[in-house]
Design a protein around this ligand. Sequence first.
Ligand code: ZN
Length: 238
Amino acid sequence: MPDRPDSLDTLLDANRRWAADMESRKPGFFTRLARQQSPRYMWIGCADSRVPANEITGLDPGEVFVHRNVANVVVHSDLNALSTIQFAVEHLKVEHIMVVGHYGCAGVRAAMRGLRVGLADNWLRHVQDVRLRHRKRIEHLPPAQQEDVLCEMNVIEQVGNVALSTVMQDAWSRGQKVSIHGWVYGLKDGLLKDLGVTMQGPGEVVEVFARALKRYPRAAAAALAAADEDDDPGHGAP
Ligand SMILES: [Zn+2]
């Protein structure tokens, strides 16, 4: 049998040390986990290697159920994402679903700039749709800010998509307590930011969405707000 590449030996060695360390810190950890998982959280995030759900939230194996894809998109016809959400909600009874984007997302950047990257172009069409839908809130901003805002707006849209899925609508109609949250992660500082779009029931979706959009004014409204800040009292916009 050929030798394994050195790099994989390194990973397997690290895994043995990690497993031994976990077991010494929490005796019986793996035996308990092997019997059952009961995570309270579901994470829907980007596939980007720099945004690992467990590490950045300090959670151990068994504590967060994870679904990741390019640019953390939840599409109503994506049976992969919907099946994962259904399993998390109906079988694992998670209490919180976090949709987590991140600044500097290559998928969002490609969608923002109209770059062609290959097959993923079709997937990123969903993010381009977000950009087109909200272009008047985005296009008047400086380029670097446009990408950050699209990262946030993409999260907000996907929170809405999760909320409007049959899985969540059914869960809420059963009276199940499960909330959906929108977060964005900073690659430069390692910090998560709550976008304040938590939805806890079907009646909140439209209101939360509308309130969130107000934080991203269209060009004219942004100019008026800036004038309001700059002007002396009495000279502000109506
Ligand atoms: Zn990304």
